[in-house]
Design a protein around this ligand. Structure first.
Ligand code: NAD
Length: 296
């Protein structure tokens, strides 16, 4: 079997176009422009790239982008004061604090100080609880993007066997909750899981979110399974820098029914879902119907 490639880049462009359409309607019919505030503390090079990209795409879909760049030694008090200001600013519908934060700042405290209704990353403890109990919440962007691609490919996921490799709060756990919400039988595997190859071999859906280059070889993949590779790993091969996923793409593509590539799979969906979440937050806060197909 040669797997169908799930093209995350094209899918993300479709999601952005849907968001842009809805934003144009909101402006015309309701006089509302959704706004996303992104807070960056310090000068981590990868974070700077992400923040720039988020700001650019926010403006491209017609939303307002507010960037707040703070010194690396910003105090917790000053950061919390900024978040409080953004929580109370009616022009701001989404707030994202770029992680990781410098060591002297308490990440949990900072994230939990964001108004849950504006928490477009879905990391606030209230949103985690709402998602875990199957209630309407803000859903973390990366797992939401994975879910959208799976739903688009399969239609219903009901009754499928899904294995999520990785149990982080950002990807693994919320991904498992979303798959459970769509009636999959879900296994969460992690660094202490015994017989990981056997666990993966049972799965109709494999979501790999580990951060170890090409650790899942093709012979772990059940014939015809769908493979969603969240990993982004920089490696050097043949003297060149290369991005690879957590799955060995070449061998997995020979057995899978469908697979996301790295790059061009899950990555582009993450920012597209951030824009979708900002639109959702804006609609909810104005008592308007939510955009269809852009939420969990
Ligand atoms: P993390 O380091 O917080 O979590 C990694 C998880 O992998 C842990 O739960 C750990 O138990 C598990 N693990 C580690 N070694 C393992 C092993 N040998 N076998 C099985 N499980 C093992 O990472 P994260 O934040 O969840 O990110 C995971 C990967 O996804 C990284 O490569 C990251 O760069 C990538 N990522 C991509 C996007 C995107 O937009 N595409 C977004 C977030 C994260």
């Amino acid at each position: 079997m040669v797997a169908q490639v799930i093209d995350g880049k094209a899918f993300a462009a479709k999601v952005r176009a849907q968001v842009a359409d809805q934003v144009a309607k909101l402006k015309e019919e309701n006089g509302i422009t959704p706004g996303l505030a992104v807070v960056l503390v310090g000068e981590d090079p990868a974070s700077q790239v992400y923040v720039r990209s988020k700001g650019k795409q926010t403006v491209e879909v017609g939303m307002n982008s507010y960037e707040h760049k703070l010194d690396v030694d910003t105090s917790e008090e000053d950061l919390l004061a900024l978040i409080d200001k953004l929580n109370n600013d009616p022009a701001v519908h989404g707030i994202l604090v770029q992680l990781p934060l410098p060591k002297h700042l308490n990440e949990d405290l900072v994230i939990n100080s964001i108004d849950p209704a504006k928490d477009v990353d879905g990391f606030h403890i209230s949103n985690v609880g709402l998602l875990g109990t199957g209630q309407k919440s803000m859903v973390p962007c990366t797992p939401l993007g994975c879910l959208m691609m799976l739903r688009d490919y399969h239609g219903s996921l009901s009754g499928m066997d899904a294995v999520v490799i990785g149990r982080s709060n950002i990807v693994g756990k919320p991904m498992a909750q979303l798959l459970l919400g769509d009636s999959c039988t879900v296994t969460i595997a992690h660094s202490r899981t015994k017989d990981l190859p056997d666990v993966v071999r049972r799965a109709d859906i494999v979501v790999a979110a580990v951060g170890r280059p090409e650790m899942v070889p093709g012979d772990w993949i059940k014939e015809g399974a769908t493979v969603i590779d969240v990993g982004i790993n920089r490696i050097e091969r043949d003297g060149k820098n290369k991005l690879v996923g957590d799955v060995d793409y070449a061998s997995a593509a020979e057995r899978a029914g469908a697979i996301t590539p790295v790059p061009g799979g899950v990555g582009p969906m993450t920012i597209a879902c951030l824009l979708a979440n900002t639109l959702t937050a804006c609609c909810r806060s104005n008592g308007l119907p939510e955009p269809e197909g852009l939420t969990a």
